[in-house]
Design a binder for this molecule. Structure first.
Ligand SMILES: C[S@@+](CC[C@H](N)C(=O)[O-])C[C@H]1O[C@@H](n2cnc3c(N)ncnc32)[C@H](O)[C@@H]1O
Length: 339
């Protein structure tokens, strides 16, 4: 029922009933006490007024609460019909409290970006002392613990990846949160298919998983308490023949993004899919944004996640408001285009 009809319906219901009763009362009391009928009419008028006011209040609160709950339903349950659907969720840049400036990341970024062709080798030099981590892989002490191929992820091959690779045709992709590399391998194959032979994918992940991870993924072995996630990711990259384009950066997301900025690394496309708590994703968004080339795109999974009071959505929308961008949805991913 349209919300604006609710107060009218309630008001008319109340209005009809008392008038009927008044007439009955007057007939019953007619001739006995004029004073009584006046008293009755005064009380009834007051009651009508109160009831009508009450009905407007009830109608107003009902309308307000049902419209906010239907918004939540849309967000959580009514996912876009097709993963191809792209809808605008927020379009306005708002004036936000100046205190929020304290929460912007301010890494000490290089004045000049590294040329794209130097990025991969520069990182191999600075992070790995000049030798690719894929040289002499796998090391003997973990070789027996690895599967030939073990690619599991969450929405890691959904259409958003193809959409964005076709649109951006990135030379450099940064993935914040790689896990076993399901989305990495998918993007590497897409890049090849699109003729982007020189595209580099930098994979930032501490490759530690999370507490409780062992129970969900018991087949990823531990060696003296250290999970072999990094090695299984690398084994997946070897098996799928994408080692030329991907490079793991096995450290915490925040510090790595800051260091990349100091070293002048920039990217056309950045996927944010590491920690999903508000503070994690907020930190990653802010730091990653500093690495984004003009016109670049950031995107990430789990826009509809409900946990931590919808942490992903809260962080992404606040961030978009702060920088005047629009949040768009593609399947279960959010997308921020800066052009
Ligand atoms: C959801 S998984 C990534 C999935 C991957 N993008 C895919 O689609 O297959 C999240 C990953 O983020 C990593 N991670 C979580 N918090 C992190 C942090 N603060 N620094 C680095 N890595 C982190 C975890 O180790 C985990 O591998």
């Amino acid at each position: 029922m349209p919300h604006f009809l609710i107060p009218l319906l309630l008001a008319s219901t109340y209005a009809g009933v008392p008038y009927y009763n008044i007439e009955k009362e007057i007939k019953m009391k007619d001739g006995k006490s004029l004073h009584g009928s006046n008293k009755l009419s005064f009380n009834s008028t007051a009651i009508y007024t109160l009831l009508i006011l009450l009905s407007f209040y009830i109608g107003y609160f009902y309308a307000a609460s049902s419209s906010s709950s239907s918004t939540a339903d849309n967000n959580d349950n009514n996912l876009p019909d097709s993963p191809l659907a792209t809808t605008t969720a927020t379009a306005t840049a708002m004036t936000l409290p100046a205190e929020l400036d304290n929460f912007r990341a301010s890494p000490n970024c290089a004045a000049n970006p590294l040329p794209t062709r130097q990025i991969r080798q520069t990182l191999i030099d600075r992070v790995y002392g000049g030798t690719s981590p894929f040289s002499d892989f796998p090391p003997p002490h973990v070789a027996g613990s690895l599967r030939h191929k073990c690619l599991k992820g969450w929405g890691s091959t959904t259409p958003v990846f193809r959409h964005l690779l076709e649109e951006v045709r990135p030379e450099v992709i940064i993935e914040v949160g790689t896990f076993l590399g399901a989305s990495t391998v998918h993007m590497a194959k897409l890049a090849r298919e699109l003729g982007l032979d020189d595209t580099v994918i930098l994979c930032i992940d501490d490759f530690r998983g999370w507490a409780g991870f062992r129970e969900e993924f018991p087949f990823i072995k531990q060696v003296n308490g250290a999970v072999t996630l990094l090695y299984q990711f690398m084994q997946n990259a070897v098996y799928t023949n994408v080692t030329d384009s991907v490079l793991p950066l096995p450290f915490s997301a925040g510090s790595t993004l800051s260091v990349l900025c100091e070293w002048g690394v920039t990217a056309d496309l950045i996927e944010i899919d590491a920690g999903h708590e508000f503070t994690s994703i907020w930190s990653d968004l802010n730091r990653a944004y500093r690495l984004l080339r003009p016109g670049g795109v950031m995107f990430g999974h789990d826009y509809f996640l409900v946990g931590d009071r919808r942490s992903v959505r809260r962080a992404v929308h606040l961030f978009a408001q702060m920088y005047g961008h629009t949040v768009q949805i593609d399947g279960q991913h959010w997308v921020l285009r800066t052009s």
